[in-house]
Design a protein around this ligand. Structure first.
Ligand code: ADP
Ligand code: MG
Ligand code: ZN
Length: 480
């Protein structure tokens, strides 16, 4: 029997506000343990939470950017559970009246087709603190509580079960991350846990309408782990069903070292959170004026920017998609393409060598020694015939290593392309004289030998000869 996977993702994103969601404490990363705390986020009795407007604003931004309806009336609820990193004994979250519902994220599949993944909801909540176990601190029998993170604002973004493969899940999360980065609501640092997600995975026989029983894989903080965990989960469930068993509803954890998911708790141990309305925060309304003002402040978003790149720079869809996947890369490209004769050539260099450097050096394109203006100048030198494509590679590496401008590099190292025919002719004559056998086989009709000759001349001129000129002269001399 053939099976189909059904997947829904719950994504948590930490908002990069200056202060926490219900108190004025700093959210700065790396402060000494418990330095960023006050009676509110320590969960002292008798204190009152006050909503940080910047959290609401960012939640509305995300809701609008993903096509959600913004709730007219919204409220907070208490999600009750016990854990040492949660001094209040409950997390303030949103249950049945979230700030935003019913949006969508569009992804592009490998064959170029678009697919719309529904968004169920976006809601605001507070993060919990952190437990530090003493093994690494020389106190193996102690655990420590750091509440700096308690009360840091989060958004939870829940997708509909519209995703059908690990690849689609990855594309969904990439697109969501791009939107969050464009909005600048979070640093989206996955390694530090600012963006993490749970995957709900089930399988069903192809053609069946009803969903199968799902397993929920918790807390993945990299695209690779998300993909691997889903792939493992689909294979595991398929095997269970194929062998006549039944998938049970449970929570699982992905163990990256072994590349498997393992059971954490079953349905019987599932938490009953006893949600109820937070009595210390009133039901509230985001006014139409407020929502309109937030909407007016939204930047151009990835899909719009992609369409504009296709139109304004005549780029293929693929290029526009790669360049707009990150706002920083898109900005870099636009700066480099300013007044450029052929934006496609700029696009090739950005998608190739610039993105390679960004990855190698793990940095933003704006921090590279190669500025957009330098890249544009280098492409201009190629257009003007001053340097060949091959020399451009050398110039690029030199820019990447020294930050020197392309014209300076070309002048300093004498890399100017040789277009002067007499000096190329001299090289051609030398090579023809030294290789009578090759000349004979060219004359006998072996056209391919021409390429070999071009190679020899290019090597003799250290790549500086113009390949077009070399070709022309060779053809002429060999046919003489
Ligand atoms: P909970 O809050 O208990 O995790 P939700 O109903 O909020 O449950 O669903 C959480 C996620 O699970 C959503 O992303 C939803 O799309 C997804 N989901 C629901 N049912 C299934 C299913 N049968 N298979 C896969 N994903 C599912
Ligand atoms: Mg869940
Ligand atoms: Zn505080």
């Amino acid at each position: 029997m053939e099976f189909e996977a059904v997947i829904g993702l719950e994504t948590h994103v930490q908002l990069s506000t200056k202060s926490k969601i219900f108190c004025g404490c700093s959210t700065a990363f790396g402060a000494p343990p418990n330095a960023n705390t006050c009676p509110v986020c320590l969960g002292m009795p008798g204190v009152l939470p006050v909503l940080n407007e910047d959290v609401l604003r960012r939640a509305v931004m995300v809701g609008l950017a993903t096509g959600c309806r913004i709730a007219e009336r919204t409220k907070f609820d208490r999600k009750n559970y016990f854990y040492p990193d949660l001094p209040k004994g409950y997390q303030i979250s949103q249950y049945d009246m979230p700030i935003a519902t019913g949006g969508a994220i569009t992804i592009t599949l490998a064959d170029g087709a678009e697919k719309v993944i529904g968004l169920t909801r976006v809601h605001m909540e507070e993060d919990a603190g952190k437990l530090i176990h003493g093994e690494n601190l020389g106190h193996p029998d102690s655990s420590y509580v750091d509440l700096n993170r308690a009360g840091v604002p989060l958004l939870e973004i829940v997708s509909e079960p519209d995703i059908r493969s690990a690849e689609e899940a990855k594309k969904y999360l990439e697109k969501l991350k791009a939107i969050l980065e464009y909005l600048d609501v979070s640093d989206c640092n996955m390694e530090e846990g600012s963006l993490r997600c749970d995957a709900n995975v089930s399988i069903r026989p192809k053609g069946q309408k009803e969903f199968g029983t799902r397993a929920e894989v918790k807390n993945m903080n990299s695209f690779r782990f998300l993909q691997r965990a889903i792939e493992f989960e689909i294979a595991r469930q398929t095997q269970v069903v194929t062998e006549g068993g039944r998938v049970i509803q449970e929570t699982r954890l992905y163990d990256s070292a072994r590349d498997v998911t393992v059971s954490m708790r079953g349905k019987e141990e599932a938490h009953d959170y006893r949600y109820f309305p937070e009595p210390d925060l009133p039901l509230f309304t985001a006014s139409q004026e407020y929502i309109a003002a937030v909407r007016a402040s939204l930047p151009e978003l990835p899909d719009d920017k992609r369409r504009r790149f296709e139109r304004d720079y005549s780029l293929p869809r693929y290029d526009a998609e790669v360049l707009t996947a990150s706002r920083a890369v898109a900005d870099y490209f636009e700066e480099a393409a300013k007044g450029a004769a052929n934006p496609k050539i700029i696009s090739n260099w950005v998608m190739g060598d610039i993105l390679r450097l960004v990855k190698e050096r793990n940095t933003a394109p704006q921090s590279l020694p190669v500025t957009p203006a330098m890249l544009r100048e280098m492409v201009t030198l190629m257009d003007e015939g001053v340097i060949s494509g091959k020399i451009a590679k050398t110039v690029f590496e030199e820019m990447a290593n020294t930050g020197k401008a392309p014209r300076a590099i070309v002048a300093e190292q004498g890399l100017t392309q040789i277009t002067d025919t007499s000096s190329i002719e001299a090289e051609v004559d030398k090579i023809i004289a030294a290789n009578p056998d090759q000349v004979a086989s060219f004359k006998a009709g072996k056209d391919k030998v021409l390429g070999w000759f071009v190679g020899q001349v290019m090597r003799a001129t250290k790549g500086k000869a113009s390949p077009d000129v070399v070709n022309e002269i060779l053809k002429q001399k060999l046919s003489a």
